[in-house]
Design a protein around this ligand. Sequence first.
Ligand code: GCB
Length: 603
Amino acid sequence: MLAPRWTTSRSARKLDGLWDFTFDPHSLGVTEQWWRDRLPASRPMPVPASYNDLVVDRGEREHVGDVWYQTQVVTPAAAPGRRTVLRFDAATHRAEVWVNDARVGMHEGGYTPFEFDISSLVSDVDSIRITVRVDNRLTMQSIPPGIVDVGDDGRRRQSYFHDFFNYAGLSRAVWLLSTPGRYIADIAVRTDLEPGSGVVHYEVEIAGADPDISDPLSRLTSVVLRDATGASVAASSGAIGSVKVDGAQLWSPENPYLYTLEVRHESGADVDLYSLPVGIRTIRVDGARLLLNDEPIYLRGFGMHEDAAWRGKGHDDVRMARDFALLRWIGANSFRTSHYPYAEEVLDLADRLGFLVIDETAAVGLNLALNSERIAVEDTRTFRPGAVDDATLETHLAAIRELIARDKNHPSVVMWSVANEPDTTEPASRPYFAALAQRVRDLDGTRPVAFANVAVATPDLDQVTDLFDVILLNRYFGWYVDAGDLITAEHKLEDELRLWASRHNKPIVITEFGADAVAGLHSLPAQMWSEEFQQQLVSTYLDVFARAQNVVGEHVWSFADFATMQGSNRVIGNRKGVFTREREPKAVAYLLRDRWSTKPETP
Ligand code: GCB
């Protein structure tokens, strides 16, 4: 799926701004057909943003169910035959959309884009009313999963199995796109290295109205590859093909060199153009090594969140710019999109700045046993009918398809993570994960596939690791287990890493380790929750990784403090950030900056 872009044949207009917004606690909107008129009792609500922290009433902040957004948009007359598309970069977690009185469709999943061809609805009107029902409910068949019940006071309540606040709404841009009637629907690139050159394989998908042209030769797809100065370095024609670049500059964290693939399609009078940034690079696993451009690479960085005051998970270029500035300052070269696909703008910037991204689906919390103390479920087996079952698998497979459809061309994306901390100790998890791994491989054979393993799924108990290419481990020795005891933590961590390396000849990335620290809290000797303890725990882990076999990466949990549901171990949110929620450094940030800036690029 192509990102919205202005080109000489296309326009891409953002519909962001203040929309009308209404909560629908009694689910009246559908029966009363709220899309037919101005929303009742509406208030202004910015798009993009999560709505939760823009209200002051607790019931509204934690509302469970539908909310409605509406806006009126002027639609300049389109030339005959052109196509108009309404696109949402994300609606969390599902949406149903109307244009004027017509229902145009719906979408499941809160973190991937969707669009509707609305050409027939804009052809002879000056303006349109767009109405969106956004539903934040999580069920055992959604990704991520959750359970909705009704409290004694008749209020719906949402429980969920993940450790970040269930922010919802229109959290990314909304667009009105215009393309020629016959248009470039998709481009897939794959890059390869040959001695002394780089190869870009491309596949262009054309779709849309078939113009009445008798001469098929008047339909032509052609591509030009330009270097960073704009000079043409290779060209080809045909919808499928390859171009070769002698002496290609390879994409890497040290030199994130981007070419541009200009694609042009002509069908009679229709001409469509699209420009795609392309980084020439390979990524592969060789035994226990992770190779970028055939050289071993070591990942240094973080698990992160799209999270900030007021905006919640609303995409914001300002926050994103600060986050990347901090990533560079600290010497990171990598991050994981824990625990959902991030806004595509983040990947665009990672491409430009040279960050290696583990791109994760929103499948966080497929683990009832881990949450049984907090959420009353009688049967704590996760993979069974009525819990994570065939219907959940269908949602999960669709989430993978949409993730890869959106992100397949980003050179920064070097690995797919299909889930975070599922219960892979259950034998029934095996067919489920076999189906996921297979789906990824069918859709993209060029990147390693992995999932983030939970602490209890040790090498002896885990049922699925052999199905994957890289082992991602989340470990909290010294925090959730052996709390405060870094000597025991160090031994247990080292023992477990040794065991993984002896069982599987695969690269290991520690995708989570860390400790909460409330910024400004100090103690000598170091105690849990102080900045000193966080620093000592991180330092202990880094020492173990340096001695361990097969470890090819370290991602501290977490980049910055972030909002969670309330809990007796949360201090207005999770405080494992190396930076505060306001993106200022805690003491551990200086330790990491020191360690990461002196570490050689490759082991
Ligand atoms: C984890 C989860 C992450 C949590 C973290 C924590 O294992 O993957 O989402 O935030 O632990 O701090 O508890």
